[in-house]
Design a binder for this molecule. Structure first.
Ligand SMILES: Nc1ncnc2c1ncn2[C@@H]1O[C@H](COP(=O)(O)O)[C@@H](OP(=O)(O)O)[C@H]1O
Ligand SMILES: [Mg+2]
Length: 333
């Protein structure tokens, strides 16, 4: 089941990773100080256009819920940015789509989602801050049918074999999960190849003390202090590993960390479906569990946001109850 969708998603994410790597290699270190976000903006738009265009050709009846829209690019003052985006998309394809075609592909990603039918979910560059720092980021593509995630691919171009290793030219992994079929991983190095897919599984450890957990780098996205209190309550005493993007879900899926906690410092923040759909199935098909902070399953039927959920707890299953209980105690649920 979903064989052609799986093959499609893997090759689309691989092509997207090539765009990201090319754009990222051009980020000058001084642009980090100037807070110049243009490289990530170019890559964000170009990846959404590329994957959306490929989807329109291969699965024309499927809608797309993507993070980006083309309004900003259509403005007269955005001509330079628009030209860079179009050039990246053209370089990634055998034909030369016009600027209007590229903008329309981006806008195809403005679908509303919801409880019925079949649609894809795309975060063209998840972890934009990590991308600019030349650290971790992910291309996240998922397929949802009638509110259930059926397929997810995470492309992590900078993820080393283990988080204890530095990222380098050999880094890069792709993760793919299909409902009922498990999760697989393959090397996706910068040379453009995709290694052999092999099954991965979460850690079987139920010992919180020896367990490693992960969390966002950005304290604006996840409250480090409160999460430390939850971890302490759950007796997870190890230092958390911080990394950007849904690469966090990947580290849980491959057994490298046992838990990924996400608690926005802004209690009114609604998590977006493109930040979690692919990651959720990658973890659950590897044997883990993903819920919100109250222990409720993620509800992908509510459109572009996870309006019925708050925060995320993703674990190896064995430690899930313990973390949910600790969260309830610390947050007073
Ligand atoms: N106040 C907030 N609380 C929680 N998440 C937020 C947030 N503001 C932005 N985000 C989300 O956090 C994501 C990055 O997560 P992380 O810090 O774990 O890498 C962003 O995705 P993008 O990078 O795709 O914009 C964005 O969707
Ligand atoms: Mg994101």
């Amino acid at each position: 089941m979903l064989e052609s969708e799986k093959e499609f998603a893997l090759s689309a994410v691989q092509a997207a990773a090539a765009i990201c790597r090319r754009v990222q290699s051009g980020i000058a270190l001084d642009s980090l100080d100037k807070k110049d976000r243009s490289p990530v903006t170019v890559a964000d738009f170009a990846v959404q256009a590329l994957i959306s265009g490929l989807l329109a050709e291969q699965f024309p009846d499927d809608a797309l819920v993507g993070e980006e829209g083309a309004d900003q690019l259509r403005e007269a003052s955005a001509e330079e940015l628009r030209n860079r985006v179009v050039a990246e998309v053209q370089a990634a394809r055998d034909d030369d789509p016009t600027s209007e075609t590229v903008l329309n592909w981006i806008d195809r990603g403005q679908a509303a989602g919801g409880a019925q039918g079949r649609f894809w979910v795309l975060d063209p560059i998840d972890g934009t801050k990590g991308f600019l720092r030349k650290e971790q980021y992910a291309i996240a593509l998922a397929l949802i049918e009638n509110g259930q995630v059926q397929l997810g691919v995470l492309g992590c171009p900078n993820l080393p074999e283990s988080m204890d290793q530095p990222t380098g030219p050999d880094a890069g992994y792709a993760f793919v999960a299909v409902k009922g079929q498990g999760t697989e991983a393959a090397k996706m190095p910068a040379d453009g190849t995709l290694g052999e897919l092999s099954p991965i599984a979460v850690s079987s450890s139920d010992d919180p003390a020896s367990a490693r957990r992960c969390e966002s780098v950005e304290s604006g996205h996840a409250s480090h202090d409160e999460m430390a209190q939850i971890a302490e309550k759950a007796q997870m005493t190890g230092e958390p590993v911080r990394l950007d993007s849904q690469a966090k879900y990947a580290t849980v899926a491959r057994g490298e960390s046992v838990a990924y906690l996400r608690l926005s410092p802004d209690a009114s923040y609604t998590e977006k479906i493109w930040d979690h759909a692919a990651g959720e199935i990658v973890v659950t098909e590897a044997g883990g569990v993903v819920t919100d902070l109250l222990g409720k399953p993620l509800d992908f039927t509510q459109g572009r946001g996870l309006v019925n959920n708050r925060g995320i707890i993703a674990t190896n299953a064995a430690l899930h109850e313990r973390v949910v209980r600790a969260t309830a105690e610390v947050l007073g649920f």
